[in-house]
Write a protein that binds this ligand. Structure first.
Ligand SMILES: NC(=O)c1ccc[n+]([C@@H]2O[C@H](COP(=O)([O-])OP(=O)(O)OC[C@H]3O[C@@H](n4cnc5c(N)ncnc54)[C@H](OP(=O)(O)O)[C@@H]3O)[C@@H](O)[C@H]2O)c1
Length: 258
């Protein structure tokens, strides 16, 4: 069914089948047009969509039934990885090392850290030239705010700034509450939660200079589900979820996505 060119009126509710085909086409076309209108290239080549404007457009221009259900701000920004710079905490083993290896292949330059200087040096040597991105690393204890400041200064010098932060360093100390020492509690909270705050605080300074940034905080199933023996770990990871969600609300208008 053809409409005259330039006719963007919505079809009538309860229309006949030919008109319903048109209705579906019209919805797709309006969505694509709104996304096109609200997409722009931001500072440093970031592709940005202002999700508030998209939401407003959708609410104002589309009939209720055609609004997408999951229009969340988290999906509103699209980014190319090639040429970006990134800090990965705890990049010397496990998940952090795997993230680093993958990002290097995608053309991202990565600064890693861990407490052991030997482990940092080994990963830098192993992963050097494994992709188009540059890798560098420095020994840092992320539970210490001065060390974290040093890590971001190091990334500035080596990579020229930070676009993406992966807060991955973590410890899993699993004891019942009665068996737990105060030191276990502090180590868990300091590494899994306080360190995330220190790193985000430093990263925000860099992101504000660049006009945008991404933060990935490594959570856990135990950040949603309590298990026996997991009190300290659960406390840190439940806390991490709350911190991450509140931080997104604080800073999404500055193009910082968590
Ligand atoms: N593995 C899992 O099944 C799983 C499941 C859910 C969530 N997670 C989360 O995923 C993240 C990584 O887990 P993983 O299993 O890959 O851990 P992992 O293999 O034990 O690696 C932890 C990394 O963090 C570093 N690290 C620990 N404490 C640090 C500190 N204070 N300062 C700087 N670096 C520190 C370690 O290096 P050094 O020891 O040299 O400092 C290491 O590079 C953690 O946040 C963890 O909670 C893991």
């Amino acid at each position: 069914m053809q409409r005259p060119a330039g006719d963007i009126r919505p079809p009538e509710a309860g229309a006949a089948s030919g008109e319903r085909v048109w209705m579906n086409r019209w919805r797709s076309w309006r969505l694509a047009a709104i996304y096109r209108e609200e997409t722009r290239t931001g500072p440093g080549g970031w592709i940005l969509r202002d999700s508030r404007r998209v939401d407003a457009q959708l609410c104002g221009r589309l009939p209720l039934r055609s609004r997408p259900r999951c229009q969340t701000t988290r999906h509103a920004q699209v980014m190319t990885l090639q040429g970006r710079t990134e800090v990965v905490t705890g990049g010397t083993s496990g998940i952090g090392r795997a993230i680093t290896a993958r990002l290097l292949r995608e053309g991202v330059s990565v600064a890693i850290c861990g407490r052991s200087s030997a482990a940092v040096a080994k990963v830098v040597t192993d992963l050097d030239r494994s992709g188009t991105g540059k890798i560098c690393g420095t020994p840092v204890d992320v539970s210490n705010s001065d060390d974290v400041h040093r890590l971001f200064a190091f990334a500035d010098v080596e990579l020229g700034g930070v676009d993406i932060l992966v807060n991955n360093a973590g410890v899993a100390i699993l004891h019942s509450v009665a068996e737990m020492e105060p030191g276990d509690w502090l180590r868990s909270i300091d590494t899994n939660l306080s360190a995330t705050f220190y790193c985000c605080w430093e990263a925000l300074i860099k992101f504000r200079q660049r006009g945008a940034g991404f933060i990935i905080n490594t959570g856990s199933l135990l950040g949603k589900n309590a298990v026996a023996g997991g009190a300290t770990y659960c406390a840190s990871k439940f806390g991490l979820n709350g911190f991450s969600e509140a931080m997104l609300l604080d800073h999404r208008q500055e193009n910082v996505w968590v």
